[in-house]
Design a protein around this ligand. Structure first.
Ligand code: NAP
Length: 492
């Protein structure tokens, strides 16, 4: 195929990443009649984080009926909050339904992308050295795909089994922890899911907590055959479930914590009462588990079994800072060593380093990572000046702390579809002024949120700049991305 200027180009659209974002883009291209696209992924399967994270208990704390594409509502969810395998299965169903197989290029890690101004196309290089070209580049590589290990002295010296939650060793199902002394470092959204699973088996389980989190109950339950049949047959029921979870739980209740409103303060009291009720007779443990920052500052954890797991006799919550790992123990700042055979890192991801492993070079030889030295930023989280015909999905400032990110992704894909024809025919590039004005607004709005209160979180760069999150309710993002505004972009 040739471009309008007569240059050879392999594809209309190249999508990098086959997780929720990349697949959503692929499906909408297909539905929109665009046949010439490819989806690259470094993994051997689609699914992104839901392919990678297979730790015991892995699931989603967004309700099933909301954590799915609005155009592919699913009646078969087995429970109120989906588990990893079921989400992955849902994505496989979507791949089959929209016949995406022929478009997938799995085990193909894109390591570099360079804009070719003469030819007006993107030239991509994969890890094996092959080149691919496309008029439009869509990056859907996610925010949580690169595990972060703590920089603790002696980490390499540990002689037992050691792994990160996102790289769970298949040799270690929960039962394999039986009779073992185990250390878990980190107490975030991943740890709250796998700790209860392994606590049931471990001989001793030391949970090293740097900061406590606000936790609210999930009230998870299964959908029996009757409920599933109702979801399949009763018109509007899936939509109603989705709407309730989106509007009442997400936009109203959880967002109130981020906004620091009276309802949010009520949620904090509710969370404290939940802790008191779950750990009624251990004031010392309760004190350890009481956060010292307002609710919403870090991601609120949603779990029914975290506190009961920590209250077990074989579990100890250690709040002294980890200073060293030796060949068989974890040492804390008080000099104490706890001997362990297994060490699990629940220490999160390098979330602020967007697109980090990919070397992206735009117009005039500008490197994306140079532009982002002070922190990643993109117009509506999607477009970057000097990077024509490139769109990011789930990019900077588009993560949510209160609702389904799939909703944000769908807003983005719709927006990209709005620019697609112009990008395929020529060159679409956001103006510097549009990004500057947008970024100033985001900064101003962020200052009003709980994220800016005194706590550490994966939303912040090393110097404390929140770069991951969208500061308003998610429907405001939907409104902001309703249609492309030509005046924010350069004339082609
Ligand atoms: P995380 O929330 O970033 O938590 C990392 C944990 O490791 C924190 O408790 C952190 O302590 C601790 N930590 C990091 N370095 C440490 C060190 N040197 N010493 C001691 N502790 C250290 O990571 P995550 O739990 O993997 O979750 C990341 C995100 O993934 C979540 O926020 C969520 O968006 C997503 N996720 C979602 C679900 C879901 O159900 N939807 C489930 C799992 C994950 P500090 O708090 O003090 O920094």
């Amino acid at each position: 195929m040739t471009t309008a200027r007569g240059h050879q180009v392999a594809h209309d659209v190249a999508i990098v990443g086959a997780g929720f974002s990349g697949l959503c883009m692929a499906i909408q291209l297909k539905r929109g009649g665009v046949a010439d696209f490819v989806v690259f992924d470094k993994g051997s399967d689609v699914g992104g984080v839901w392919r990678d994270n297979v730790y015991p208990g892995c699931g989603c704390d967004v309700p099933s009926h909301l954590y799915s594409y609005s155009f592919a509502r699913y009646s078969g969810w087995s429970r109120a909050y989906p588990k990893q395998a079921e989400i992955l299965d849902y994505l496989h169903q979507c791949v089959r339904r929209w016949k995406l197989g022929p478009h997938l290029r799995l085990e193909t890690e894109i390591v570099a992308a360079e804009w070719q101004p003469q030819e007006r196309l993107w030239r991509l290089r994969d890890a094996a050295g092959s080149e691919h070209t496309a008029r439009v580049l869509v990056c859907g590589v996610g925010q949580l795909n690169r595990p972060r290990y703590p920089s603790v002295a002696g980490r390499e010296e540990f002689a037992g089994a050691a792994f990160h939650s996102a790289e769970w060793d298949a040799q270690w199902p929960p039962e394999a922890f039986a009779g073992k002394d185990v250390a878990v470092i980190g107490t975030g959204a991943s740890a709250v899911q796998f700790v209860p699973e392994i606590a049931r088996y471990a001989q001793r389980l030391y949970v090293f907590q740097r900061s406590a989190n606000w936790v609210i109950p999930k009230y998870d339950y299964t959908f029996g055959p009757l409920a599933r049949s109702a979801f399949r047959r009763v018109p509007g029921l899936r939509l109603a479930m989705r709407g309730f979870n989106y509007a009442v739980l997400g936009e109203a209740l959880l967002y109130s914590a981020i906004a620091g409103s009276p309802l949010g303060r009520g949620l904090q009291k509710f969370s404290k009462r939940y802790l008191d009720k779950q750990i009624p007779d251990d004031p010392e443990l309760r004190a350890k588990l009481t956060p010292d920052f307002p609710i919403g500052c870090k991601r609120i954890l949603i779990s029914d079994d975290w506190y009961p797991a920590l209250a077990r006799d074989n579990v100890e919550v250690v709040t002294e800072a980890v200073t060293e790992v030796t060949s068989g123990a974890v040492r804390t700042e008080d000099g104490r060593e706890r001997d362990v055979a297994v060490l699990v890192y629940g220490t999160g991801f390098r979330a602020t380093e967007f697109l980090a492993p990919i070397e992206i070079v735009g117009r005039g030889g500008v490197r994306l990572h140079d532009r982002w030295r002070e922190g990643a930023t993109a117009y509506l989280g999607m477009a970057v000046p000097e990077f024509p015909n490139m769109f990011l999905l789930y990019g900077p400032s588009t993560n949510l702390g209160h609702n389904s990110v799939v909703y944000m992704i769908e807003s983005q894909v719709r927006y990209v579809m709005g620019w697609l024809q112009a990008a395929r025919d020529g060159q679409v590039e956001v103006a510097e002024e549009a990004l500057a004005a947008y970024e100033a607004t985001i900064r101003r709005l962020l200052r009003r949120t709980a994220w800016e209160a005194g706590c550490s979180s994966w939303y912040k760069t090393a110097d404390g700049r929140v770069v991951n999150n969208w500061p308003l309710r998610s429907f405001r993002y939907r409104m902001a991305t309703r249609r492309p505004r030509a005046r924010d972009f350069l004339a082609p």
